[in-house]
Write a protein of this length. Sequence first.
Lengths: 334, 333
Amino acid sequence: MENNKLYDQPPLLKIEQLCTYFDTHAGLVRAVDGVDIDLYPGECLGVVGESGSGKSVTFLSVMGLIKKPGRIASGSIRFNGTELTGLTPRQYRNIRGKEIAMTLQDALTALNPSIKIIDQIAEVLREHDREIVARGKKAIRERAVEMMRLVGIPDAENRLHDYPHQFSGGMRQRIMIAIALSCKPRLLIADEPTTALDVTIQAQVLNLIADIREELQMSVIIITHNLGVVSEYTDRTVVMYAGQIVESGFTRDVILNPQHPYSQGLLKSIPRLSELDKPIHPIPGQVVDLIKLPSHCRFLARCSRRSEECRQEIPMKIIDDFTKVRCPKTSNQN
Amino acid sequence: MESFIKRLFRLIPVLLGISIIVFLIISLTPGDPVQIMLGDQHVTPEMEQALREDMGLDLPIHERFIRFLYNASQGNFGRSFFHRRPVMEVILERLPATIELTFCSMMMAILVSIPLGVLAAVKKGTAYDRSSVVTAMVGVSMPGFWFGIILIIFFAIHLQWLPVSGRSTFSLRVPSVTGMLLIDTLLAGRLDSFLDAVKHLILPTVTLGMAMGATLMQVTRASMMEVLKQDYILFAEAKGLKRRRVTFLHALKNALIPTVTVAAIQTGQLLGGNMIIETVFGWPGVGSLVVRAIFNRNYPLVQAAVLIYVLIYVLMNFIADILYTVLNPRVRI
């Protein structure tokens, strides 16, 4: 592979058998159920799945931001060699925003509506960057301007005292990225970075993330349900379904040659300009109830290739170092 | 600034409308207001005529209205038959006592209820949260006069820690400068009088502050819980900020918007409407004055008081509006 150099180093983030459960009145919701993910330094990983697949919960677990009634039931999350599960709140605060940053889907709701932009950037610096705090207010302000320029806010120094609602949607998304990156973290988790944006702005924001990734030498995880986003911007892709990983591999392979029936279904459900006359094929049925998970393949009810051998627990099938599929029928059907 | 002035202008029709209603209190009262006012007092026909002329009741209604508007704009609401002084003078003399009590109650309510409301929201679903919800419910639904009387019986009569009623002890009076005893006693340099004034304030303040604080706590808790669910709280946490900063800056700054609005409106209500509490505690404010004026059928005084109440209420609403814009940059123009 072209990026093989990346994979010589030990992973920056190693998630092993992560289980994150929610205790609700209706029962135990197994939102994330045994997820393994390795992320290498400098790599860009795409995590794909529909709503309720557990992709966001997985990375909120990494951030240590699972709220009651949720809890990390078991598993390990190691970042740069440090085990994150079981850190004290204080230790975790030194990682969040400093080593691992996260952006949310919609900057309009993620930025505090009644706090000026400068203060929303400055507070991260004050929390994590002693060196810049020692240099005083002016240095903090300069860094804020620098970050806003980095993400392409025009006339940055004059807009520091504006509030979020005074910016356009695309600009707000850029500002959120600027805030997340102001301490130059090693890992950026971008949760649905394009979903809230106009199509014309989506590519701009993704290119911005790609450029900054290069500049800051950081790893990026893009959580999305949009395979288009994944195909253009990521090195590897993980496909999640009902709290499990169903397929992982190099993005090119996953897109051009998907192994799991669910990944294939996802690709078939994308409308293509070259095939406008053909009907698109949605995946039939609905996501399984996370409270009453079956012991057999979780995709069984919606799968067009199901057979008797699917009526048992399906282990992850390891095809090579980076390619894994959770399906007994891995033969290609393209 | 432009919107500020616009809002100020919008108050004019409100006040005009209210003055019509207040004017009609006398004009539409069935029977002869002079007869009603005099009740069963024995007066000569000359005195009756003099009162009629004094109130302008011998003029046709439209002329009377114009005269009323003109006089009201000058702050002249006629003379109080009982005090034998202009009603405005009588009311203004009593106003500081009401303001002092309202201010103290408001401060108590705000200082207690906001931290408790925040704590309840942060500890949602815990025993603390549930007990504070119940307490607030009791506080809201408990009639003020009843709670006041219970306090008097316990702290003033049974324990004898605090005075039963009034604003000050006669022997400790100080010359009036602002009319607010807490300030006047300090101006006079009399610590004993100051403490006396504080002691008199405690029970009525607690009674009023309890009801207001209970409402404010409920509002703060509810809006805080709503705010804590927002994405910007999650994002603030993802930035690695300290919990205290997330709660008291990111969350509270937004959660306070409804609380402040409610507090301002409550203050307006209180400045106008604590007749019952003032009567229970023999508090010499406008409320107890008006109650007596109603019993005495002192129409000019009631008229003036109603208009002043409305004015204060409208003003507090106006302030609530302004505070809302200050706290919420999204509605700023």
